[in-house]
Design a protein around this ligand. Structure first.
Ligand code: AHR
Length: 344
């Protein structure tokens, strides 16, 4: 009788241990310790492994959906999920770091299998990326990266899928240097403060013109990657610097705002003032065709196929590089018309 009771107690103990670990795995639970480097290490992998490879539930956290670029990116992410046979749930942070952090928390509690995150800024979403790791959910960053001193690709998140922002800005600078023979007074409209493309595009452009003493940035301001912000900033800047002959804008939406402000000030964009920017938006291509914009280097928002390929590779145990690079192109009057079909 005593022996039977012992066997029964042992059986129920084993059952509860088994059940406990199944539940823990199901809700993405993990134990965390501190490795020799001081970095947090989870029992489910660094970064966490994908628990399955098909029929995934993908959570996509978008930072804002306020432009053709962002809408094209959203579509690409949703299309990618469909093509992979995954289910898709998306959040939109409306341009607020705090909202994006709570969006990611909410996706974690919905037990997504993997997270695709387009972080607003380099530091703003790091706490949520680390929280996902702790919950055993692998994170794939797209379009913007995180600060590598706070979160590392290949350790805290799987990879960054996106463009070479420094190179994009160098290419714009090269076109402008050529078109002005290295003589320019430039207004620089920067992107959202703290966002990877804003930081790296400024770095790329400013460094590229440094060796040309005739290229002078007379004013540089944050226009938040936004058309109307750029229009208003440009209106004010033109009053202080009526003799500028170049605008370098961090994206095509800002370039559109600058074009509107130049026209309102009685200047002829493309003639009195040359404009160079980044994205390859339909509006940018049309401005190039109309002779109002000199150049637009693409920043392809259709990152879905690369992102879902990275997820599939990761699930099958293949090595995913820390940076999956989206290759970009240069649009000028020579190829803008032919590439209108690729606009967005
Ligand atoms: O992160 C990519 C950049 O963000 C795009 O160039 C820009 O248009 C967007 O707002």
């Amino acid at each position: 009788m005593k022996r039977n009771r012992f066997i029964y107690l042992n059986f129920t103990f084993m059952l509860s241990v088994l059940l406990g670990s199944v539940l823990l795995a199901g809700c993405g639970g993990s134990t965390t310790s501190t490795g020799s480097t001081g970095a947090s290490v989870t029992t489910c992998g660094n970064p966490p492994k994908l628990s399955k490879s098909t029929g995934l539930k993908i959570g996509f956290s978008q930072n804002i959906s306020n432009s053709p670029w962002r809408l094209a990116e959203n579509k690409s992410m949703e299309d990618g999920a469909k093509a992979a046979g995954d289910s898709f749930v998306m959040t939109d942070a409306g341009g607020q770091d705090a909202k994006q952090v709570s969006d990611i928390q909410s996706l974690i509690s919905q037990n997504v299998n993997a997270l695709i995150v387009a972080p607003l800024t380099q530091t703003g979403e790091v706490s949520a990326i680390l929280a996902a790791k702790k919950a055993c959910i692998p994170v794939f960053l797209v379009d913007r990266d995180a600060d590598h001193t706070l979160a590392k690709p290949g350790q805290d998140y799987v990879t960054f899928v996106g463009s070479d922002f420094v190179k994009q800005a160098q290419l714009v600078a090269d076109s402008i240097i050529k078109a002005t023979n290295g003589q320019a007074k430039i207004i620089e409209l920067e992107g959202t403060s703290g966002a990877t493309p804003a930081i790296l595009r400024k770095q790329g452009f400013d460094n590229e013109i440094k060796s040309h003493p005739g290229m002078q940035i007379v004013a540089s301001q944050d226009a938040n990657f936004d058309r109307d912000t750029a229009r208003q900033k440009m209106q004010t800047l033109l009053q202080a610097h009526p003799d500028v002959n170049v605008v370098y804008a961090a994206n095509d939406e800002e370039a559109q705002g600058a074009i509107a402000a130049l026209k309102a000030a009685g200047k002829v964009p493309g003639k009195d003032v040359l404009i160079g920017s980044i994205d390859g938006e339909t509006a940018g291509l049309q401005s190039i065709i109309a002779g109002q914009q000199l150049v637009s280097v693409t920043s392809n928002p259709r990152l879905g196929s690369l992102a879902y390929q990275a997820i599939a590779d990761y699930a099958s145990g293949k090595t995913v590089p820390a940076w999956v690079i989206m290759q970009d192109k240069v649009y000028t009057k020579d190829n803008a018309q032919a590439n209108l079909v690729n606009g967005f």
